[in-house]
Each structure stands twice: as C-alpha cells, then as structure tokens.
Design a protein around this ligand. Structure first.
Ligand SMILES: Cc1cc2nc3c(=O)[nH]c(=O)nc-3n(C[C@H](O)[C@H](O)[C@H](O)COP(=O)(O)OP(=O)(O)OC[C@H]3O[C@@H](n4cnc5c(N)ncnc54)[C@H](O)[C@@H]3O)c2cc1C
Length: 464
C-alpha cells in the first residue's frame, strides 16, 4: 500500500501559475544549429566518440520544405515571428494563461486558436481528427507520429504547499491517467508510438517516486494494463516513457527497466522505451549500465534520447556545465546505442535495441546519420530499430533533411512527429507547460522561419 500518513507532501496538483514571464512561443520554433565543439574540459561524457574525419561523413542534405503546403509555411512564419518578439510572445502567453477557458470556448477566439496553434501543434481530439493529421504528415513523408495525451497534472516544486489527498482521490488520479493512456493507445496507429508521463498518475504517485517509497498496487496494475494493451494483437504500439524532473527520474528509470524486463523480449522490437536526458551528468553512465543490464538479463532495450527540457528549473549541478558537454554527451549516447553489438545469427546472446533520436539539432542528426551508415556498412543493423523524432510544428527543416536524405546518400530511416491530442483547452495548457520547461528555446527560432521563407521565395520565383 502507498504510505501517505504523516508525510509532509511537498507537491500538489495545480493550475499553471501566471506569475512567471514564461512564454508559449519558445516551444513552437525551437531549433539550433550548434557548432558542437568538443569540450576542452577533462570531463568526459562517455568513453567513445565518433571521429568524423575517419568515417568521412556526408554533410546534411539541403533542407527541402518542398512537400509542405503554402498555408502551412505561412502559419510557420507567423508563429515563429511572434515567438521571436519577447513582447508579443509574453503578452500572448499571459493572455492565454489568464483566460484559457474563455478563449477556448468563445466562438471567435476559438476559431483563431483552432487555425493557428491548435492545428499547428496538435493532432485533434477525436480518432477521425487524429487520423486526418496522421495522413497529412504521411503525405509530407513522415512515417507516423508519437501520440501523447495532452491532459496531464502538473506537480509543483519543493516550495509548494503541503499536498493532502485521500486514498480515493489518489486512486481516481491513477484511474484517469490509465484511461487517458489506454485511449491514446486505442487512437494510435498499429506499430506506432505512444508517449506517457509518469507524473500524470498524480501528485501522490510522484511523491512516492521522489521519496523512493513503494508504488501503490493500483499504479503498478495500471502500468501492466497499459503495456498489455500496447502489446495486444494487431496493435503492437511502442510506449515511450518521457523523462521528467531530476528529483524523481531515478524512480522512473527503475519502473521502466522493470517494464522492459517484463515486456521486451530479447529478439523483438521493444515495446517499452526509457528516455535519457543527456544534459544530466549521470546519463551516459546510466545508459551504459542499463544497456549492459539488458544484455546480461536478456531483454530488449528501448531508448528515446533527448538533451533535456528542465535546464531552467532543475538543480544546475546535476547537468553538464557547458552546452558543448551536453552536445558531446548526446552524440556519444546515440553512437553507443547505434553501435551496440548486433543481434545476428552468430550472436545468440544478442538483444534487440530500439532507438529514438529525439532532437531538433541538425548537427546531432547529421552525426547520427553518419554513425548509422558506418554501422550498416561495417556490421549491419540486425536487431536495431532507429527512428528520428521532432515535436509537431517545429524544426520541419530538420525532419525534412532526414526524410529527403536519400538524395544525399543517407540511409532511409523513419521520421516521426511527437504530437499531443486532446481538447483545445487541454492542448493549450499542455503547450504552455512545455513552453515553461523550454524557456531557453526562445533564442533559437530563426532557422525554421528562414527555411520557410526560403521555400516560399523558391515557389514565388518558380525555381526548381
Ligand atoms: C520527440 C521529442 C521528445 C522529447 N521528449 C522529452 C522528454 O521526454 N523529456 C525531456 O526532458 N525533454 C524532451 N524533449 C525536449 C528535449 O529535451 C530538448 O529540450 C529539446 O528537444 C531541445 O534540444 P535539442 O536536442 O532539440 O537541441 P538544441 O536546441 O540544440 O539543444 C538545446 C538543449 O541543450 C541543452 N543545453 C543548452 N544549454 C546548455 C548548457 N549551458 N549546459 C548544459 N546543457 C545545455 C538543454 O538540454 C537544451 O534544451 C523532447 C524533444 C523531442 C524532439
């Protein structure tokens, strides 16, 4: 049983605060071309790094947005333009935070939101709407989507008032989270991806993780039901457990490893994926030891690799001190996964490895593609499944560089968009929360807008 009595609970479920100067727009067009110099520091993110000089990497193909419709490009430019103006983006964020319900129910504002933010960043609220978004993305060359349910609870930091709840309320939180996730699986296309946040199970579940207390039986049962639904015949959906705040990430890693043991056979594409935030100093060694554990115990290993979104809010000393160290940590983590020993006929002990390269960073994408090609040429890719992912409505030029990469001699790989579904109000709140976590992204909105302008100019001047 979950022990709650006598514990000073430091978190509570809360509506989004309106006090910060957060901006919705950073989320919208985050994109960065990094020079990614290796750090001079003696700190080593991992013990391996691709030497591009030796492996003669191909450069990224020129970004081509030729498959994207003109109205979409115009909307991208509009949204990115607003996002680069601190005044406009802060104003819009404050208005959205203060009047979410009114703006999402009033006919005129709802219409405007529908044709701007909602259609740009969200999949819809019903199965037909989600299907239609999926078909649109497929027509642009995407393999599919990572579907996430926008409705979630947010858990405050240490300074929040004491959390109090009844056993019934905790059970209701878990039941609602489970039902939302099961609905997402039902809406997802067979063999596609569904993203889950553990924190959606409620504040008490989060507190148990943070304080390393036993999880409630209903939470564990819900996880089993979710994994079984994902593996059901004809579905075979892959579950990506998102990474969240550092203070409960260790417990989440533990749950996800347990689920991998149970639901990832060694010789099939993994069902359960953990997320590794490579800005954390601990992540390279975690990734290495979790891979070795999977090999030793004989279960398939799934990893979504991100840099990390909580730089502004989590304790700074848990992250690499510099941007360059995070870049090296990210690129090396991807290389470790892509080059992990292959499962071939001569390697009966081998395990399957699923990798989701989740980034908007073109340099990391290019490095990953180069490692992939080298690995394929030298050792093959048996037992490996690789997918590239970007957030919906963002970094389209990065997505397209991979989708159109064959023209440049790149390996054909799957590219997907991570996209929330839900009502307009749920999605607006979701986007505001993600924006709050990604505040530093405001600086990096130029490339997407520039790529969209270039494509529009190409069309206007009838260039091939
Ligand atoms: C498909 C997808 C799924 C995602 N899922 C998650 C998730 O589950 N959990 C999560 O936390 N995030 C998630 N993210 C967000 C991700 O962690 C990044 O915040 C975002 O993608 C920006 O990083 P980037 O790799 O795209 O590239 P860039 O924009 O090149 O990198 C920016 C990132 O670099 C890091 N960084 C910047 N400056 C410094 C510095 N001085 N020191 C150290 N590090 C620094 C930060 O992580 C920052 O977010 C996801 C992103 C995508 C595309």
């Amino acid at each position: 049983m979950l022990r709650r009595s006598g514990v000073s609970l430091a978190h509570k479920i809360h509506p989004i605060s309106t006090t910060s100067s957060r901006s919705l727009l950073p989320l919208i067009c985050t994109r960065n071309i990094s020079t990614q110099k290796r750090p001079n520091s003696t700190l080593s993110a991992t013990d391996s790094f691709t030497n591009d000089a030796i492996y003669k990497p191909t450069p990224p193909p020129p970004a081509s947005l030729s498959t994207l419709p003109t109205p979409y490009l115009l909307r991208t430019i509009l949204i990115c333009t607003v996002s680069t103006s601190p005044f406009l983006s802060n104003l819009l964020t404050k208005v959205l935070l203060s009047y979410t319900t009114f703006l999402t129910t009033n006919r005129i504002s709802r219409y405007i939101l529908q044709h701007t933010f909602y259609n740009h960043f969200c999949a819809g609220n019903t199965k037909p709407e989600i299907q239609s978004t999926l078909q649109r993305l497929k027509s642009w060359g995407f393999r599919g989507i990572i579907l996430a349910y926008a409705k979630e609870v947010e858990v405050e930091g240490e300074s929040s008032a004491s959390h109090t709840s009844t056993h019934e309320a905790d059970e209701a939180d878990i039941a609602s989270w489970k039902e939302g996730t099961l609905q997402t699986i039902r809406y997802a296309e067979p063999k596609s991806f569904v993203a889950i946040k553990y924190s959606g199970a409620g504040a008490t579940a989060v507190l148990s993780m943070e304080h390393h207390k036993p999880a409630s039986p209903s939470f564990l049962t819900a996880l089993d039901e979710i994994c079984e639904a994902a593996q059901a015949d004809g579905k075979q959906v892959k579950l990506l457990f998102d990474a969240e705040q550092t203070r409960y990430q260790d417990a989440m890693d533990g749950y996800t490893l347990d689920l991998m043991r149970k639901y990832n056979p060694r010789n099939a594409i993994p069902t359960v994926y953990n997320t590794y935030q490579m800005y954390r100093k601990i992540s390279p060694s975690n990734l290495k030891s979790h891979l070795e554990l999977a090999k030793k115990e004989g279960f398939g290993f799934g990893a979504k690799v991100v840099r990390g979104a909580y730089l502004q809010s989590d304790p700074r000393d848990t992250f690499w001190s510099t941007r360059e160290e995070t870049d090296e940590s990210y690129n090396s983590g991807i290389e470790r996964l892509l080059t992990f020993e292959n499962r071939s006929s001569g390697n009966a002990e081998g395990i399957n490895v699923g990798v989701v390269v989740a980034t908007h960073n073109q340099t990391s994408v290019t490095k990953a593609m180069n490692v992939l090609q080298r690995q394929k040429a030298e050792n093959g890719m048996e037992g490996k499944s690789v997918t590239f992912a970007q957030l919906a409505g963002m970094a389209d030029e990065v997505s397209m560089s991979v989708i159109n990469g064959e023209a440049n001699g790149w390996e054909k790989v799957n590219v997907v968009k991570y996209i929330p579904w839900g009502t307009m109000e749920e999605c607006v709140k979701y986007l505001l929360r993600r924006a709050d976590e990604n505040k530093d992204s405001l600086k990096r909105t130029g490339e997407t807008r520039r790529a969209a302008w270039q494509e529009l100019w190409r069309r206007a001047t009838f260039r091939a």
